[in-house]
Design a protein around this ligand. Structure first.
Ligand code: ASP
Length: 310
């Protein structure tokens, strides 16, 4: 059995192209399982998992839980607002206590960048990062790559344009690291105030003109404005943002004719992307959601599949 030789999935920055390829190939078989009439395989039977979400989530939480259930694990969900965190317990104490219940894996979403790495260093069980602040959202990056690969047949040499709030977006960071490793060209666009201060580290092209950024793109990905992470005054008004950087059919005319339109969700319709584009024929926004279950099944299988003895 091929497995990932790592305890945790924390980010795509530290993952190799070979590991990403293994996950994407495994996700293909997993998608086949989830399309069956009876979606249940015994792969993770007896493996216990806790989903610990300290930030809101719909798609990520539901798809992790479905992935766990399709593979016969019995997950427990703990929401941040109902956890002992609100009583002053530290993250390390919370998870160490949960660890003593003999769980095998914790899937965590947390508002603080670096929290998943911190936790992974302090517990023996596997940690899967379901989004840490504005740092990384590795399973989102993987599901986006899986969707692109599925539709385009390759990632190498594709031009992927990511538009919007790159600075505060963990989705952008995971996609940038992952796509670059897989040989794609990544171009980012948006207001300068929403670009990361450490952009040189990513070695990608920043194109302030959206038209130039979109020209010849194979994929155009819009991001949600991360209002919960922004300090005030980074752009004048939502209306002006939508006028300058909101995606619509006219805006994406310069992209390749068969360009994919993506958005990680949740969508603010009419701000980052118009409804006619999000619901149009080139949009793969809902395919991204399906890919999310397959990719999460794949990573849990590769991390925890098989018996401990094996
Ligand atoms: N759902 C994604 C995330 O949690 C994207 C977003 O919320 O903007 O990062």
């Amino acid at each position: 059995m091929q497995t990932l030789r790592r305890k945790d999935i924390l980010g795509l920055e530290e993952m190799s192209a070979e590991e990403i390829t293994l996950i994407l190939e495994t996700a293909r078989s997993m998608r086949e399982i989830m399309q069956r009439h009876i979606k249940k395989v015994p792969t993770l039977r007896g493996r216990s998992m806790i989903n610990l979400f300290y930030e809101p989530s719909t798609r990520t939480k539901a798809s992790f839980e479905l992935a766990q259930k399709y593979m016969s694990s019995d997950p427990i969900n703990v929401a941040g607002t109902s956890s002992s965190l609100v009583k002053g317990e530290t993250l390390k104490d919370t998870v160490r206590n949960l660890e003593m219940m003999n769980i095998d894996c914790v899937v965590m979403r947390h508002p603080v960048s670096g929290s998943a790495h911190y936790l992974a260093r302090n517990v023996e069980i596997s940690v899967v990062n379901a989004g840490d602040g504005m740092h990384e959202h590795p399973t989102q990056g993987l599901l986006d790559m899986f969707t692109i690969l599925d539709k385009k047949g390759r990632l190498e040499k594709l031009k992927v344009t990511i538009v919007g709030d790159i600075r505060h977006s963990r989705v952008a960071r995971s996609n940038i690291w992952g796509l670059k490793k897989m040989g794609a060209e990544v171009v980012v666009s948006g207001p300068t105030t929403l670009m990361p201060p450490d952009m040189e580290d990513f070695e990608i092209r920043f194109e302030p003109s959206l038209d130039d950024a979109i020209e010849g793109a194979d994929v155009v990905m819009a991001l949600r404005l991360q209002k919960e992470r922004q300090e005030g005054g980074l752009f004048p008004t939502l209306r002006e943002y939508a006028e300058l950087y909101g995606l619509n059919s006219r805006r994406v005319e310069k992209a390749n004719e068969d360009a994919l339109i993506m958005h990680p969700g949740p969508i603010n319709r009419g701000i980052e992307i118009s409804s006619e584009l999000a619901d149009g024929p080139r949009s793969v926004v809902l395919d991204q959601v399906t890919s999310g279950v397959a990719v999460r099944m794949a990573i849990l299988y590769l991390l925890l599949g098989g018996t401990k003895e094996e």
